[in-house]
Design a protein around this ligand. Sequence first.
Ligand SMILES: Cc1ncc(COP(=O)(O)O)c(C=O)c1O
Length: 484
Amino acid sequence: MNGVNKQEQLGDIPADVFRKHLHELADWIADYRENIASYRISPTAPAGAIRAALPQSAPERGEPLGEIISDIDRIVMPGVMHWAHPDFMGYFGATTTAPGILAEMVVAALNVNAMTWRTSPVATELETLVLDWLQQWLGLTSEFRGVVYDTASISTMHALAAAREEAADSVRALGISGRDDVPMLRVYTSDQAHSSVDKAAIALGIGEQNVRRVASDSEFKMDVDALRAAVADDIRNGYKPLAVVATVGTTSTASVDPVRAIASICREYDMWLHIDAAYGGGLAVLPECDWVKDGWNEADSLVVNSHKMLFVPFDFSTLYVRDMRRLRDVFTLIPEYLRGDAAGAEINYMDYGVQLGRRFRGLKAWMVWRTFGRLGIAARIRDHLRLAQLFASWVDEDQRFELAAPTVMGVVCFRIKAADDNTADRLNSRAVETINISGKSYLMQTKLRGRTVIRLGLGNLLTTEKNVRRTWEIIQQTVSTIPG
Ligand SMILES: Cc1ncc(COP(=O)(O)O)c(C=O)c1O
């Protein structure tokens, strides 16, 4: 064919070839899910090895899809960290689910853009629907409305952008640089809060140094007296307190800040209250965990990542704002070429953020939450809480270990004891590295009050008591074999 191979002809690959590979990959995915426990969790290739083994420029001539697909096993799989493995207990576990995978396949096939209602009505309407469902679980009043973004970092940045617009005049129009009528703005968050707060301050021109880290108490919750003192101190020094970011489920220990007390300080000083419930928000699904919602309706905004606890595959983060006009006023901007598509809709989600093009994320939450129902989701989370408590009890009973924080959600922080703190730091760090390199389990290390601790995170619906017990045995064996 005049030197033109099949891939270089116009159009997509032939329908029958596509169908064949689709079936092949459907089986591949089903096999992966079924056999996932047999994989070693962490890859062994040294940094850069995967890339170095591949052609450094894109191919001139198209390659047969069959060959590319066989490279998934040959090249891709050896470099994968198997987050969905039931013995992977890093971060908050992983929220891979079968209905979530199926939904992502459909989303890939449709490849629609959810920037306006008209650009694909169902993408907007399902997004609104699942936002409403989640809002009911969270117990937020109807004053709140939500929007779906990719991550909590982006959600928090948008919340603080809305706060900034209210605290200083016309920032949207005039910016904050070169103005002497904009005071130095301050954001308060605990010393346990996620670095996304600092990143938001960087992006919004508030400045990293204007995020004041407020001390936490012995249970790693924000100390409200320290917050009050920091705000008063800043006011004396001419700063304008802008916002407090309270955390419900901190990254290291899953601690919950005293939101209601923080809310009353926010009201007193006219500050925006943003709640980072990226992880802990999911607990709201459990009626017995109603305590977690205390004070939420006093907030100006709240973020929950359903990809952390609610079994929606990465990525799916929701920001709720009391009176969404506050967010819309900052970000709505309709270019001429979108006027037609933006007209006449109840809501166009592009108006609520920086991003124009938006994935059809609503579908996966809709499919996952319908598959399990609230009861099924609650049962799985409840089991993770039980397993975390069980693991904590094993740690507590073994004289060689100590718990490093209260176990509040599906996260356990603990530490191997040693003669002195520095030796213990080294031991704990080495134990995590040894276990992770073994490929048999996966844990994290973090620092609490400057000391290294081991952190176990549960969130995978494939993780059972057997997996947690095996990880505990691996930890025990590792401690008895690594040099002190
Ligand atoms: C409490 C908390 N907030 C925010 C984030 C950032 O989440 P994302 O990766 O969705 O930006 C994390 C990440 O683990 C977190 O633990």
